[in-house]
Structure formats: C-alpha cells, structure tokens
Design a protein around this ligand. Structure first.
Ligand code: BGC
Length: 284
C-alpha cells in the first residue's frame, strides 16, 4: 500500500499543559539562542526550572528565548560564552552558581556543522567542529560534575545530585558522507556520555543523551525549506514527517526529571525512525 505523505509536519503538540516536574531546579542550556537549545530552554522553564540561556553570538535571540522560558513564572538569564574555551566555561558556571545558588541540570547542546567533502576538509574546519561539539561538551560536563559532587543529593530538590543531558545526533550511529567532522564529533559524544555516566552514577549523577533526527531548525534548513528538499528528506524518515524542536524539549524534560531516575547512560533517539534503516523497508 502506498504511504500517504504529509506535505509539511503537524506540530505534534501535547494535549495537556506541562507538569511542573522541575519546580525549584536550576538549569544551564548551552547554545540556547536558537533551534533545539532554544526549545529545550523553554521546555525546562515551562516545567518550572530556572534557566541560564547560553549563547555565543546572538544576544537578542537569547533574550527572546529567556523571555519565553520565564513566561510561566520561573527565572531565565542569558550568558555569553564560547563552550570550546575553558576559561569562558569556568566563568559561565561560576555565574550560574552566583545567579541561582545551585545547579541541577546541564543540557550540553551547543553544536555546529561545517559540511565539506572529506578531502576538502581543512584542519581548521575539523578542529572547529570537534572543539565546539565534543570538547565543549567535555568542558561543560566536567564543570557540572564538579558542582554536582559538591552539592550531593538534596532530596527536596531531586532524587539525583545532578543531571547532564548531551544533545547528540542520529549521526552518533549513522555514518554521514560529506559531514565527517560532524559525525566524528557525535560518535565522540556517545562514548563521552556513556563513560562519564558509568563513572559518576555512584554519586547519583545521571548522564544521558538525546539523539535527534531531522528537526526543523536553522542548522538543516536546506533539507526542509523547499517542497522538493522536504520530499527527499522524507525518504529517510519512516514516520513521514520532520520533527519539531519542542519534541526534543519534552524529551529533555523527561530525562531531567525524577520520572527517569533509573535511567543512566542511554541515548534516547527522537528521530521518527531514521535509525531504522528505511532504505530496507521494501526489501523482500
Ligand atoms: C543534523 C541535521 C540533520 C539530521 C539528520 C542532525 O544531527 O544536525 O543537519 O538533518 O542530523 O540527518
């Protein structure tokens, strides 16, 4: 039977208002001026967390994120830092503590793509992507773990001493020609996350990843902005629609909340089935 293809996605919104499962918790979201980071910051804010919205270049956009994240009564502040710079990261976490008094959730989201054929990739292109996508996650996770260990569990706040959510990608599993630096960085995130998760679980610190597939954000605009490109994209998505940033936001709220307290070291794929090898669906 021929599959019915939707022209453009429905937003897949939840039917009930978010529960304040993160009430009283303090979160830091990197790269939150746009795209997935923005949606995650807003979702955490709607779930009751106070949020530090990190950005590197787009201050105005970050302020818009903060305004939305604080619409339901929680606090949101913006902070400029380049996550690939050790000193920037240290100062950002100091500021988060000065601002909120504690930290419970880190969402390691900041990421970039510099797409090139492999043999045209310069060392500089390689380093930039690895520096932001992988070293940035290392630097931020390290600061967060230091803080979470010092704080320990405060049971009125959460059953965990702290939660780290790494935003990875389906390309931590799926090889990606023309995007080798990016796929290598996300493959690195996969075992960074799992190894840290194993090391810090005894301290009641939970570390997990979300691996988004194609989500409607500026990073992949070329893949969805024309009907032709969108049609092509759907060939890789069994559920036949692009994902919305808010869907990653809701996954992040779950992973940050005590609802997932027994979940350590997993990658949660939110990808409409992209990792199900859709090219094989008609094979006999
Ligand atoms: C990339 C997007 C891409 C998606 C699926 C993401 O990690 O950032 O550009 O559309 O993976 O291929």
């Amino acid at each position: 039977m021929a599959k019915k293809k939707e022209k453009f996605s429905q937003a897949a919104m939840p039917s009930c208002p978010p529960r304040p499962v993160l009430q009283g918790q303090k979160a830091l979201v990197t790269g939150a001026s746009s795209g997935i980071g923005r949606a995650v910051a807003i979702a955490l804010g709607e779930a009751g967390a106070d949020v530090m919205v990190n950005y590197r270049g787009q201050r105005e956009q970050a302020e818009k994120t903060a305004a939305e994240a604080s619409r339901h009564g929680s606090r949101a502040v913006v902070f400029r830092a380049d996550v690939s710079r050790e000193e920037d990261v240290r100062v950002m976490f100091d500021n988060a503590l000065a601002e909120f008094g504690r930290l419970d959730i880190l969402v390691n989201n900041a990421g970039i793509q510099i797409d090139r054929p492999f043999d045209e990739t310069s060392l500089e292109d390689w380093r930039k992507v690895i520096d932001v996508n992988l070293t940035g996650q290392f630097l931020c996770a390290r600061e967060a773990v230091r803080i979470f260990k010092r704080q320990g569990v405060v049971k009125e706040v959460s059953r965990a001493a702290g939660k780290i959510i790494c935003i990875s990608s389906v390309h931590e599993e799926i090889p990606w020609a023309g995007h080798v630096n990016y796929a290598a960085s996300k493959g690195g995130v996969k075992l960074l996350m799992k190894s840290v998760a194993q090391e810090v679980a005894p301290h009641r610190i939970r570390v997990n990843s979300i691996a988004p597939g194609a989500i409607r954000t500026p990073i992949n605009e070329e893949a969805w902005k024309t009907p032709e490109a969108y049609e092509e994209l759907l060939k890789m998505i069994p559920c036949q629609r692009i994902g919305e940033p808010a869907e990653i936001g809701r996954a992040a709220v779950w992973l940050a909340s005590d609802d997932s307290d027994y979940v350590h070291g997993i990658t949660l794929f939110v990808d409409g089935g992209m990792t199900l090898y859709p090219g094989f669906e008609n094979e006999k």
